[in-house]
Design a protein around this ligand. Structure first.
Ligand SMILES: Cc1ncc(C[n+]2csc(CCOP(=O)(O)OP(=O)(O)O)c2C)c(N)n1
Length: 606
């Protein structure tokens, strides 16, 4: 019988396992992760790299009441297997368990997360709150080296070092973000890992740690002693130590025995601690070891060949090609925050390495660097997912729009993304952008249109945002169609095709409408307003939340002019949309062609 089967109803049983059984357990977990991710898709490489860390934390700590706070949360599959084994096969499926921590699934998930950089700050806050209530819980934050490049993580360290709360940080360092980790800090960590002083006295270090007494002031004395004896403890950790955080490591993150030994010891230290753990991204599956980037986040794949089953064309790849073409003729830069591959920029970065920057998981930095480049007079594209653009809201306001700089934002994954769920859907950008002066928002509705918009954007004189969805847009779409009707459909960007299908079907049922696909969201296109003035009924359809969206924008426009129109606004409700298949969710929330058809029909029947 598999060990996983034995412990499935009570994961605390892992505490009774021997080291060789724990190794066996890790093997079984890896196999299970590979099997499920090959069917459901997911973050394979990161999870294969963090199996031993997770098992060791569960072995040493009592969860709950002790708490693991995952940073990003994309690496929590082993934790999910231990705490909800029977549901793991439903990973990322609609109605199944999420690919990220979710407190509504289990009391061992603390925060619902998906964006990088929060674990140190939220752990510190939790500890502050717990301490005043005299709750004795260990708090362990697990953060990757990629995520450590995020500004929020630095801010968190800075505060934790000052307030000196007992938070244990496990730095899972695989030298990879999605692509190799960028930035000076990564260089610094790597340099010490590979230097001979670090490697030499590792055994000595473990011996010393073994001797740390369980409680009392002696710990401090002993840790000081460690610093004197084992040089490598001091050298690589200077960065953390200067911030007031004790540093241990680096240690092998796949050596469960060593992990347990060290965690047992640092458990007793009543101070903030960083344990620096070295892991291999994609560990234990030949394809993900070889191509950790490809398997960072992957759709269903064939286990034997490593081939992704449905490797669809995407808008991202298409945009990457347009940028390559344009770069032959124009001089411009492209900047991204750790999402080169997802944004389809691999070819661009290879062909034009001097015109491409990946700043790491640092969206606000990307935007302010772009503002400097734009100020110097060179055109610059910021390529970013809609959801992560939220991280740079103030910079868009303060450093881009207030300065009226002609930066072009390629806002990918605008709309419902699917299996990654509520932290990743990009459904708020129209709303949060459209209130800011100076900027323009475009939502191209076809590939033809997307290409034209990007090509023209280089001549824009103001901040420009071009939003496009995850699924590939149609090649082209029927342009404006005017009929003898008192109602018009205004279908925004990604919704043009589904709306057109509904429009056509309604026509067959005798409901005659006019149809206008909408590319320009902001500023309000006055020509368009003139064209639609004659219609009594206006139907807006958009893949954005209704509040603050395009429909609201028009509603405000007509209301301000005291013009009465009958409005039907179709869009997403003001809720956090769960994870699941994109088409399924579009249908559930009324944006499939069928649901659009029904809704408009009802509107006319009413
Ligand atoms: C704010 C934000 N930007 C970008 C991402 C996309 N993203 C998810 S995981 C990841 C890499 C994380 O690297 P690391 O922390 O080193 O973990 P690893 O996957 O290597 O284990 C990125 C960039 C995100 N989740 N949040």
């Amino acid at each position: 019988m598999k060990l996983l089967e034995k412990i499935k109803d009570n994961y605390s049983l892992i505490k009774n396992l021997s080291i060789s059984q724990l190794n066996q357990l890790c093997k079984e977990i890896r196999e299970f992760i590979i099997e499920v991710v090959s069917k459901n898709g997911g973050h394979l490489s990161s999870n294969l790299g963090s199996v031993e860390i997770t098992v060791a934390v569960h072995y040493v700590f009592n969860i709950p009441p002790d708490k693991i706070i995952w940073d990003v949360g994309h690496q929590s599959y082993t934790h999910k297997i231990l705490t909800r084994y029977e549901k793991f096969e439903t990973l990322r499926k609609y109605g199944g368990i999420s690919g990220f921590p979710n407190p509504s699934e289990s009391n061992t998930d603390i925060f619902m997360v998906g964006h990088a950089g929060t674990s140190i700050s939220s752990s510190t806050g939790l500890k502050i709150g717990n301490d005043i209530q005299e709750k004795k819980e260990n708090i362990i934050a697990v953060i990757g080296d990629g995520t450590l490049t995020n500004g929020l993580a630095f801010e968190g360290l800075n505060f934790l070092g000052e307030i000196k709360k007992n938070v244990k940080i496990i730095l899972n360092d695989n030298r990879m973000s999605i692509s190799p980790t960028k930035g000076a800090l990564s260089y610094y960590l790597t340099k010490f890992i590979t230097s001979p002083i670090v490697n030499k006295p590792k055994e000595e270090f473990v011996e010393i740690l073994k001797k740390i007494p369980a409680i009392g002031d002696d710990i401090l004395k002993f840790t000081k002693e460690i610093e004197k004896k084992a040089k490598f403890l001091i050298v690589p950790g200077v960065f953390f130590e200067k911030l007031g955080i004790r540093y241990f490591g680096p240690i092998d993150g796949h050596d469960i025995e060593q992990l347990i030994e060290i965690l047992e010891n640092i458990k007793e230290i009543n101070e903030p601690v960083v344990l620096h753990v070295i892991t291999k991204k994609g560990k234990g599956y030949s394809f993900s070891e070889k191509y950790p980037e490809k398997f960072h986040s992957i759709g269903p794949f064939n286990i034997k060949t490593g081939e992704q089953i449905d490797d669809k064309k995407t808008n991202s790849k298409f945009v990457g090609e347009i940028l390559c073409e344009m770069a032959e003729r124009y001089n411009f830069f492209v900047i991204t925050a750790a999402m080169e591959i997802g944004l389809g920029l691999e070819n661009f970065s290879k062909k034009f390495p001097n015109r491409f920057f990946d700043v790491g998981i640092a969206e606000s930095n990307a935007v302010v660097v772009a503002s400097g480049i734009a100020k110097s007079g060179i055109p610059i594209f910021v390529a970013i997912y809609s959801t992560f653009l939220q991280r740079a809201y103030d910079q868009i306001f303060h450093d881009v729009c207030l300065q009226n700089l002609p930066i072009i934002f390629l806002v990918d994954r605008a709309g419902i993304v699917g299996e990654d769920g509520p932290t990743h859907h990009g459904i708020f950008d129209i709303s949060f952008l459209r209130t800011i002066p100076n900027l323009k928002i475009f939502a191209p509705y076809s590939l033809e249109n997307l290409k034209e918009t990007i090509r023209n954007s280089i001549y824009e004189k103001t901040p420009t945002f071009i939003r496009y969805p995850k699924d590939i847009l149609p090649e082209s779409i029927n342009e404006e169609i005017y009929k003898e009707s008192n109602a018009v459909i205004l279908a925004v960007g990604s919704m043009a095709l589904n709306s057109y299908i509904a429009f056509d079907k309604l026509k067959n049922e005798g409901i005659i409408l006019s149809f206008i696909p909408i590319k320009e969201i902001k500023p309000i296109n006055e020509d368009l307003m003139k064209k639609i003035e004659k219609f009594d009924k206006i139907i807006t359809i958009e893949e954005n939340c209704l509040s603050g969206g395009f429909g609201s924008y028009l509603l405000e426009f007509f209301s301000d002019k005291n013009v009465k129109k009958d409005f039907l606004r179709i869009g997403l409700p003001e809720v956090f949309i769960e994870h699941g298949d994109r088409d399924y969710l579009l249908d559930k929330y009324g944006l499939s062609s069928e649901k659009i058809f029904k809704r408009i029909k009802e509107f006319f029947n009413d």
